[in-house]
Design a protein around this ligand. Structure first.
Ligand code: ADP
Ligand code: MG
Length: 235
């Protein structure tokens, strides 16, 4: 589903250049649930932004669902993002003056879907995240966990190939974090490919594979099952 090879990215500010990604190779198969871990500043968001076609690498290749993502103009990039990707952010990024239902329906409006169909579909995804009763509420009437569930419903509404989440539990307490992760797990159980950036070990352990970034390189890429088996063997 995702294939990247020898990916490099630097940020240039004035005369200085910061080499953030220094040759990343990695791939994600359809249906996987992968976490990207690493300390703050290790390049996790940079990598996710490139995967999300929000930014472009300087070198290397990125193929998404068989399509080479390279030199896209903003219009085509936006089309690919709509077609392939769903985004979940730490800060939810909901529109404050729109109801939960309207927030979920929003991306479908931009896809040109008719109002009735849009609303039906948005309601379906709100039900999926357990928020049918909150459809007419505004974001400021919802708890953090509820807001993130609305954001998950919104990300799912366009039935993307891949769900990308940058620190989806970063603004939530641990109990709520686990609840949100359980919803994300259930979405993966239905076959959705999911990538989650986190710096929290326990959150990463709720995915199926952990990719560890350090100093611009992947230093570890291990199935969670294997990590757990190893931990048990040492008990
Ligand atoms: P993480 O998400 O792992 O915390 P980031 O990918 O956000 O790390 O950032 C990696 C490094 O790149 C950091 O040192 C950060 O300050 C720098 N950086 C990120 N975005 C930019 C930018 N737009 N311009 C300049 N430097 C940036
Ligand atoms: Mg980040």
């Amino acid at each position: 589903m995702i294939e990247i090879k020898s990916l490099h990215k630097s940020y240039k500010t004035g005369s200085t250049s910061l080499h953030v990604l220094k040759g990343i190779d990695f791939s994600v198969k359809e249906g996987e649930m992968v976490s990207i871990m690493g300390s703050s500043g290790s390049g996790k968001s940079t990598l996710l932004n490139i995967l999300g076609i929000l930014d472009e690498a300087d070198e290397g290749t990125y193929t998404l669902d068989g399509v080479l993502i390279k030199n896209l103009n903003e219009k085509i990039a936006a089309r690919y993002r709509n077609k392939f990707l769903g985004f979940i952010f730490q800060s939810f990024n909901l529109i404050n003056y729109k109801t939960a239902l309207d927030n979920v329906a929003m991306p479908l409006y931009y896809q040109g879907m008719k109002r009735n169909e849009r609303m039906d579909r948005a309601m379906h995804y709100l039900e999926k995240v357990g928020l049918a009763d909150w459809a007419t509420h505004l974001p400021n009437e919802l708890s953090g966990g509820q807001k993130q569930r609305v954001a998950i419903a919104r990300a799912l509404a366009s039935d993307p190939k891949v769900l990308l989440a940058d620190e989806p539990t970063g603004a939530l307490d641990s109990k709520t974090s686990y609840e949100v992760m359980e919803i994300i797990q259930s979405i993966n159980d239905e076959g959705k490919t999911i990538l989650i950036v986190t710096h929290e070990e326990d959150i990463a352990h709720m995915t199926k594979r952990i990719v560890h970034l350090k100093d611009g390189l992947i230093i570890n890429d291990t199935p969670v099952q294997q990590i757990k088996a190893k931990a048990e063997a040492h008990v």
